[in-house]
Write a protein that binds this ligand. Structure first.
Ligand code: ACO
Length: 401
């Protein structure tokens, strides 16, 4: 089918597909996903190769512009991002005004939206050149916002890093640099963070990405569209699952490590409890990202010398689920969020920041999807409905109702 030929079609036949389980919303050349075979590729590059060999910045470039960059392209991209990595000093005041108790996802979505106020030229973006400027701006400023969101919560000064370092190493520095102490990098953490960010970088038309595309389809600016996507990511059925997994594993540990009890709860249809980090709309055999992350969790904890009893609980749950007909029949396997939190925690990242780390990783994917949507001149996203409300009735005065 020539999809473009369907663009003008708005006849009276409406398909209803709650949750868009069988509805494609666009053509896309960014990410290929085969849920039955457990295949994930960005721009054709297998996720396993990228996670092992690429840097997050190279992957970001490939997602956004189509191919892995040459040395010169990467150098320019990095420099352009570096040039944009300073925030207006008034942004600091906004960060400071949030209560320490605020959830970091609420803070980061607000700050991303607030950037439109400080960068009005990036709101009305139509040419590829303007798009590029808005893209390097957000790639430069977002990591600072992430670091400041965490540091504000911890009462640490809102510093800058050094954007001459690698993108991920600079991220690590901005998050963890302690006052009056020389910053010492940690190669194990930086490497693991690079891998995690790559594995989260895109996942075709998921809830937050569809949100970015649909918000952007009204020609709302890039930062506003990203802010909408961040809000969508926050929910525990999506990116918020990484925080929920860790809290669940902690609760099981505090309850004596009785995994069987929680397996039974997850299967009980009268109990709202779900095994967080299990199941996926598209993957029905395994999530290739979870495979890599599980291995990385073992390696990182070992390399950092961290012993975390919840890793054993997680592995126990996975083993039980693999042998349980409820999970096998419904094809429920660990997803990307099941083991990622264990690594984040070993790195010293607070639990409430986990979903923000997901957003940091997903940023290039959202940008790539937004750019593709605008370059393809997609029409405004506007689903239809089946009306099931009252038919016509007359207005009744308030004292007669
Ligand atoms: N624990 C227990 N039962 C589950 C779980 C789970 N984690 N996930 C799905 N099921 C059951 C459902 O109850 C349903 O059972 P039924 O057929 O008896 O009614 C069946 O499996 C199908 O589940 P749906 O909710 O219809 O599947 P859907 O594709 O709509 O949802 C989702 C996918 C949201 C990921 C779901 O599996 C879930 O809630 N998982 C837990 C949260 C989570 O880990 N989210 C992160 C997903 S990855 C990401 O977004 C980055």
């Amino acid at each position: 089918i020539d999809i473009k030929s369907l663009r003008g079609v708005t006849d009276s036949v409406i398909t209803i597909d709650p949750g868009f389980k069988n509805t494609g919303s666009c053509e896309s050349a960014i990410t290929f996903l085969d849920g039955e075979k457990g295949i994930l590729r960005y721009r054709g590059y297998p996720i396993e190769q990228l996670a092992e060999q690429a840097t997050f910045l190279e992957v970001s470039y490939a997602l956004i512009f189509g191919d892995l960059p040459t040395t010169d392209q990467l150098k320019k991209f990095k420099q352009d991002i570096c040039d944009q990595s300073i925030l207006d000093e008034d942004v600091r005041k906004i960060v400071e005004a949030f209560p320490k108790s605020a959830h970091p996802m609420g803070v980061i979505s607000s700050l991303t939206s607030a950037l439109t106020a400080f960068n009005p030229s990036s709101v009305n973006v139509n040419s590829e050149e303007d798009m590029y400027k808005a893209i390097v701006k957000i790639l430069g400023k977002f990591p600072v916002l992430v670091a400041w969101t965490m540091r504000k919560k911890q009462g640490l000064p809102l510093d800058y890093g050094d954007c001459n370092l690698g993108y991920v190493e600079n991220m690590y520095k901005m998050m963890f640099k302690q006052p009056n102490k020389e910053f010492v990098t940690n190669d194990i953490v930086v490497e693991a963070l690079n891998k995690l960010l790559i594995l989260h970088a895109d996942h075709e038309q998921n809830c937050s990405t569809s949100t970015v595309r649909i918000a952007g389809s009204s020609h709302a600016g890039l930062f506003a569209s990203l802010s909408a996507g961040i809000s969508a990511l926050w929910g525990p059925l999506h990116g918020g699952a990484n925080q929920a997994v860790l809290e669940m594993l902690e609760a099981i540990k505090a309850d004596g490590g009785d995994t069987k009890k929680y397996m039974a709860k997850a299967k009980d249809k009268d109990d709202p409890f779900r095994l967080m980090g299990f199941g996926h709309r598209v993957y029905k055999n395994f999530d290739p990202r979870a495979k890599i992350i599980k291995k990385a969790a073992d390696e990182v904890l070992n390399d950092l010398g961290v012993e975390d009893p919840i890793l054993a609980i997680a592995k126990g749950l996975e083993q039980e689920a693999l042998n349980d007909p409820y999970f096998v029949d419904r094809k429920l396997y660990p997803n990307v969020d099941f083991y990622s939190g264990i690594i984040y925690r070993a790195m010293g990242i607070p639990v409430e920041m986990f979903t923000v780390m997901f957003a940091l990783g997903r940023l290039p994917g959202w940008i790539a999807q937004w750019r593709e949507m605008r370059l393809n001149k997609e029409p405004i996203g506007r689903p239809r409905q089946i009306y099931v409300g009252k038919t016509t009735r007359d207005f009744v005065d308030i004292d007669k109702r």
